[in-house]
Design a protein around this ligand. Sequence first.
Ligand code: SF4
Length: 453
Amino acid sequence: MTDSNARTLEGLTYFQRTFGCQMNENDAERVAGLLDMAGCLPVSTLEEADIAIYLTCCVREAADIRLMGQVASMKNIPPAHKGLPRIVAVGGCIGQRDGARLQETLPNVDIVFGTHNIGHLPSLIQQRISSGMAVAETLESSEEFVKGLPERRATSWHAWVPIMTGCNNFCTYCIVPYVRGRETSRPLEDIENELDHLAAEGVQEVTLLGQNVNSYGRDLYGRPRFKEVLDYAGSCGIPRIRFVTSHPKDLSTETIAAMAAHEAIMPQLHLPLQSGSDRILAEMHRVYTVEKYLETVHMLREAIPDISLSTDIIVGFPGETEEDFQGTLKVVREVGYGQAFTFIYSKREGTPAAEIVDTTPAEVIQDRFDRLVELVQESVHRENEKELNKTLPVLVEGVSKRDAHMFSGKSPKNQTVHAPIPAGLTMDDLVGTIQNVRIDVTKTWYLQGTLVE
Ligand code: SF4
């Protein structure tokens, strides 16, 4: 699905900006791979770029607004090279959702491409250059998992490995099934081959990606085969395996057993709760109850006692009452999350929830949100305190943003860990390696310690 006529792009510079989820980060690596293959050169600022590419997210309104503002203001930035007008390309979920309509709202957008046709981007750029006309191409869906696109990974030690795209769940607030399409799994052998290559390259951590990884394989094999993906990933020689996202309704006992069986599968799971009220969960079409969710948490903790759980929670879903919200607080207290992403409900046109009229005042929703954030922070801090005086293996990612004398990395539970760079070592020695750090400070947002042998 790549283009052969892309050589004529040789020498053009490009800059990418990515919004949203890990899927888009992985798509950005594919765009970089394609453009590098076409002879384009990556640059680190918009000002230096002949081609500006935006990979967008439409899950929340805020990201929509940010994109519109950033693209509109680009008109004021002079071209990188005299006489060569900058080409602006918008892809990802907003590209898929709006298609050519986006160019009516933002006339300076030259190219719109969808989530299923990233592989065509070089030829769309070529088309734009030769015709001088704006182009838009969004394929309705992809029957097969799009594979074989080149990638340029952001780091040498971490890789995203998409195992499926799309979602069949149609939660009533969510736009994803409309812009990413139905569940399309990647053949198991193909995933296994990629994992083998990454292991041979010395990659230290892989994140398996999919909107609903637990139902991996259902479309291809008639039954979910995520357990088999985990068994392979957990024993292929890559030290750390993570995966997102798990729908609670599809997390099977087989999958939990596979997680417990492999040391390489990190003791951390993202299990979106969304609400702690059965009534709201039903309105959201989440297909589980609070009781069922807590049973799953219990099973996970039985199998992996030290597991850290993270979650997503929406506050202010249309019609949410104080009683519903109290249910959410109760679950947060009971589960003890190590991390939680909290959001105020954002209406997305085209979804069933957007039709529900809600009269709850914004201040009431904001007050609930603030109370939730406070509770989550207490929970995260408590979970982090459990790491005090432990020695944790930390995958070093780079220099700490807080202090240039420290490095930062991630613990097995995905906590951020800072530690001083020891005398005699440089960041080149440390980045991408797993180092033992004894934890002597625990805060809400990070742990701090000292590198030990
Ligand atoms: S499971 Fe629900 S929230 Fe997640 S991507 Fe699918 S529809 Fe959206």
